[in-house]
Design a protein around this ligand. Structure first.
Ligand code: GAP
Length: 509
């Protein structure tokens, strides 16, 4: 069975055909940058979020979660710097009125990296290389200008400027505005983190690449706070020193070198990664993916070059994945320092500092690392990495990890015209539904039903046949190998628990 490389457009078609993702309001022609999740997509997205929450919140004693609102006091976004600085550079066509993201236009046409490029240099590149409008083809592009990505809205019945607020462009700020309450109520001691999963909205100039760049998406973020004088006191450092990653530092990028595989120990010793905490969180997120079956060779960590850094960041790395359209950001890890807490203290006049018992003074904690990733980009990674084609079976096999697969089990009566067999299969299906996401399929040949299940990542299929009526046994078939095993109905639950919850497929050996 071979890993099948498909384009992002083919992925969009596949997701629509199988019931994972649909363009939003498609009956009216759709709306760019908005997508709806179908019956399989919603299950898979929930599985991704649950696994993340379980790993990074529930199973840790140093991280707690919150769930804040999407619309907030407008001062939040003034203090955070988003009202003034959360911009992309757009360029519009004076002839046809189309608008483009200047960096994307330059990257597409000139095949160069634009990370860190100033607005003046973009203007120069467009003029000197005589770039044309991508829509009408005319030499009519205007001057690049900044465009704020926040969606604004009116709160309440009076439409005046005081009523203008924004749909949050990130969940992070609400971890800062609630910082003191969470710290006090959950009695957290530094170092600790606050996590959140929720919707974010960005009025992207040119949403593209299916779920990769959307206008409404979901974020999974952690703000990890440390004592400002204890930047490098990471109690977990020893656990990660031997871990290997593909590393692409600022220096490597500046000298047009390739990324290198190295241990964390090496990266820290050579000061490529500056703090242990930063390294620690990148390893945790990398491991989260690989523990869920994604190939480690498809990842690298890339440091932001100086001019690319966000307005709040001292040092940022991205976990990148090799998508069919190139290495792209999957998740950011910014060192936000005390930028946000300080700004909220200044704007709100609230005390968000902590009292340091040891030093007997007030301190403002630093966010040493902010692991922040989009749920939909994670969704794409799992889908691309799991996409296999089996020549023998002549169908796609979506080899999703059992924790991520939207449907765990398929229950099939071998023959659909024998009432006793169908009734027995229904009885088994009903029982399994209590503990597993599980479909029931009677239509077409058994081979066709297996193929349909393979293509949507169903982990195991259970077939009920004539013998079941006599020996109280069923056949379980493994998606990845097609191996089969006969199991007593009494033992079915335990066996399936091992396959689905423990990824233990020894029954098929
Ligand atoms: N609080 C930090 C923050 O929001 P970011 O790099 O702007 O950082 C974090 O966004 C992650 O959100 C990205 O790594 C990406 O996974 C996801 N993301 C950002 N913009 C997106 C978009 N337009 N569509 C889908 N996902 C997006």
């Amino acid at each position: 069975m071979e890993h099948k490389k498909i384009s992002i457009e083919e992925m969009g078609t596949f997701c629509k055909r199988k019931g994972f993702v649909y363009p939003d309001s498609e009956i009216y022609g759709g709306i760019a940058g908005f997508y709806d999740f179908g019956h399989l997509g919603v299950e898979m997205k929930n599985n991704i979020k649950q696994s993340w929450w379980q790993t990074f919140v529930k199973q840790r004693d140093d991280v707690v979660g919150i769930d804040a609102t999407i619309i907030n006091h407008p001062q939040v976004w003034k203090a955070s710097g988003h009202a003034d600085g959360f911009t992309d550079v757009l360029v519009d066509c004076k002839k046809c009125g189309s608008r483009f993201r200047a960096d994307h236009l330059i990257e597409d046409k000139l095949k160069i990296h634009t990370a860190g490029m100033s607005i003046e240099d973009m203007s120069k590149a467009i003029r000197e290389k005589k770039l044309k409008c991508q829509k009408c083809g005319n030499d009519s592009l205007g001057e690049p200008k900044r465009f704020n990505l926040m969606f604004s809205t009116i709160v309440g019945p009076v439409e005046d400027s005081a009523a203008i607020s924004y749909l949050r462009p990130e969940t992070a700020q609400l971890m800062f505005t609630n910082f003191r309450l969470v710290q006090e109520n959950a009695r957290m001691k530094l170092p600790f983190g606050i996590a959140q999963i929720g919707k974010a909205f960005r009025n992207e100039i040119s949403p593209r690449d299916f779920l990769f760049r959307m206008r409404e998406f979901e974020l999974m973020e952690i703000e990890y706070f440390v004592h400002p004088e204890k930047y490098d006191e990471c109690p977990y450092a020893d656990e990660i020193l031997d871990f290997e990653m593909n590393v692409y530092s600022e220096e490597m990028q500046q000298h047009d070198k390739k990324f290198e595989k190295m241990t964390i120990k090496h990266a820290l010793e050579k000061k490529i990664i500056k703090t242990k905490w930063h390294a620690y969180w990148m390893v945790q997120m990398h491991k989260w993916y690989t523990n869920l079956g994604v190939n480690p060779d498809h990842f690298r960590i890339r440091q932001h070059v100086k001019d690319e850094l966000s307005h709040y960041a001292l040092d940022t790395w991205d976990l990148e994945y090799e998508f069919p359209f190139g290495w792209k950001e999957l998740q950011g890890f910014a060192n936000r320092t005390d930028f946000d807490l300080k700004n909220h203290i200044e704007h709100s006049k609230s005390d968000l500092s902590l009292f340091d018992e040891e030093g007997k003074k007030k301190i403002i904690p630093h966010v040493i690392c902010e692991p922040a990733q989009g749920v939909e980009r994670a969704f794409l990674v799992f889908m691309f990495d799991a996409h296999y084609y089996d020549k023998k079976r002549e169908n796609i096999v979506l080899k999703l990890h059992p924790k991520i697969a939207p449907v765990k089990l398929g229950v099939f009566p071998l023959v659909s015209n024998k009432d006793e067999v169908v009734a027995k299969a229904k009885e088994i299906h009903k029982k399994l539904l209590k503990d597993f996401t599980c479909t029931f399929d009677t239509s077409g040949s058994i081979g066709r039903r297996y193929a349909r299940a393979d293509e949507t990542g169903v982990v195991a299929c259970i077939t009920i046949d004539f013998d079941t009526l006599n020996d109280d046994s069923v056949t379980i078939r493994d998606r990845d190998t097609t191996k089969q095993s006969r199991v007593k109905i009494d033992e079915l639950h335990d066996v399936l628990n091992r396959i689905i919850h423990e990824d233990d497929k020894s029954i098929f050996k």
